[in-house]
Design a protein around this ligand. Structure first.
Ligand SMILES: [Zn+2]
Length: 219
């Protein structure tokens, strides 16, 4: 989109009241930002729909044949996949976040129980052997719950090997590498690897079956 109106205007933008150009609709863009942050938190499209509808955020074409319609999952997916929101010209969503959102949509992640947060490296850590993303798995023994990353392909029972590593261990390893490579950045004074920092700095982390890692940085 070069600013001139040639096609349907994406959600979060509007036609300028005087000129034939598209400008940001800041109120709707706040809703777009919310959708992206929920997606990055690991929510499914259905959960995102529930949250935005519970906040009274209405679907742009509110009525169809006099019948009120809500958000469709396809419409939410379309927004979360649209590169326009990462366009520097509008500066709505950081490019890294847009890319992770795209990966999250293919990951089919679910929120585990009532936990609303997702481990830092979901959508970033990949299995070195088969290239699948590592997914989370929680294991409960003797009243304690442990969180692991494991090969997504293996979890689906489609081959490869488990590549099981605790979330704590992998996050720690990655944070150590980050400290060495981008040492004195303020953000890296944190004790644990947060998802926010992981998304900002890491493009991919490849993990082999012995837990050795290779980091690809965001450039
Ligand atoms: Zn694998």
């Amino acid at each position: 989109m070069n600013g001139k109106i040639t096609e349907k205007i994406p959600y979060g933008f509007m036609k300028h009241e005087k000129y034939d150009v598209v400008v940001m609709d800041s109120e709707k863009m706040e809703s777009v930002k919310l959708m992206f942050s929920l997606c990055l938190d690991g929510m499914s499209l259905g959960q995102i729909k529930n949250v935005i509808e519970s906040q009274g955020i209405e679907y742009p074409a509110k009525y169809k044949k006099d019948k009120k319609v809500g958000w469709s999952l396809a419409e939410i997916r379309k927004i979360l996949s649209d590169p326009i929101y990462g366009n520097e010209r509008y500066n709505a969503i950081a490019k890294e976040e847009l890319e992770i959102a795209r990966r999250m949509l293919t990951l089919n992640t679910r929120v585990v129980g009532k936990r609303m947060e997702i481990s830092a490296l979901v959508g970033i850590a990949v299995c070195k052997e088969c290239g699948s993303f590592l997914v989370e798995k929680s294991v409960s023994t003797r009243g304690r719950t442990y969180l692991y990353y494991m090969c997504g392909k293996n979890k689906k029972g489609k081959g490869c090997s488990t590549h099981k590593i605790t979330v704590e261990e992998l996050n720690k390893k990655v944070l150590e590498v980050m400290r060495k490579e981008i040492g004195d950045r303020e953000a890296l004074c944190c004790k644990d690897l947060t998802r926010e920092i992981a998304i900002r700095y890491l493009k991919y982390v490849s993990v082999d079956c012995e837990g050795n890692i290779e980091v690809v940085w965001n450039t």
